[in-house]
Design a protein. Structure first.
Length: 248
């Protein structure tokens, strides 16, 4: 039997699949947080009273930016983490260099002094967040996951909870302590307690911090988090004219 000749097989290895943490907001909004997602084609966002974030399937794809423009409308500000550049007509008006850390050796454990927080606690949470500035927290952010707090004489003095949730990973966020109660390890206790719940369902904790917040980064590394990558929290404003399919 004559064997075929001249066949050339492509033996090059396939490119590795992108890691979900490299585009965490997209992985969340197309995964476990899909019920929150407002989506159009290759763009998605959280409702404006839940989280400030929007995401693109591929930040290098002009069509994804066009989808985001149509999704949020003209002249609208959104946060698009990890976008290195913005297309012509868009305005980048804020950007904070950040870091992403993952749990590699954290001792996670429940805390008997931590209380579960819910919608009724939002006014107190917003007050604490306004005084400590851990990052954006909106009226319905508390619905994204478990939020725990510590009270002193009935007053909320420390907070931590879950924000982005994607396949296999959950972000710990809103870690803050009232200035009068710092130095007592309350934030560490809450991070460990939130992480215990994340681990219990089989996810791995991760978190983000501003690169300039070296004090917080040092604390996270000291309790078992490892720097994974540098990123950028970029605020952008859509072009002031309405997007049309022709913009693609």
């Amino acid at each position: 039997m004559t064997q075929p000749t001249g066949l050339h097989l492509d033996t090059a290895p396939a490119a590795p699949a992108p890691h979900p943490l490299d585009n965490a907001v997209w992985a969340a909004l197309t995964g476990p947080h899909a019920p929150f997602a407002e989506r159009l084609g290759r763009a998605a966002r959280y409702p404006s009273d839940v989280a400030v974030f929007a995401a693109l399937e591929d930040p290098a794809d002009p069509a994804a930016w066009a989808d985001l423009h149509r999704l949020v409308g003209p002249g609208t500000a959104v946060a698009v983490p990890g976008a290195p550049t913005v297309p012509a007509g868009w305005r980048a008006f804020g950007g904070v260099p950040g870091v992403q850390l993952v749990d590699t050796a954290l001792r996670a454990e429940p805390d008997p002094g931590a209380v579960r927080l819910g919608p009724a606690d939002v006014p107190e949470i917003l007050d604490l967040v306004a005084r400590t500035r851990p990052g954006p927290f909106l009226p319905r952010t508390v619905l994204l996951g478990t939020y725990l707090g510590i009270r002193h004489r009935g007053r909320l003095v420390a907070l931590a909870g879950e924000r982005l949730r994607l396949p296999g990973w959950t972000e710990i966020s809103a870690v803050c302590t009232d200035p009068e109660h710092r130095g007592r390890g309350l934030a560490t206790r809450l991070v460990r307690a939130v992480a215990a719940g994340i681990r219990e369902r089989g996810d791995t904790p991760f978190l983000h911090a501003a690169a300039s917040n070296t004090r917080a980064i040092g604390l996270y590394e000291s309790i078992g988090f490892t720097l994974r990558r540098h990123t950028e929290f970029r605020d952008v404003r859509t072009p002031g004219t309405a997007a049309t399919p022709g913009n693609r």
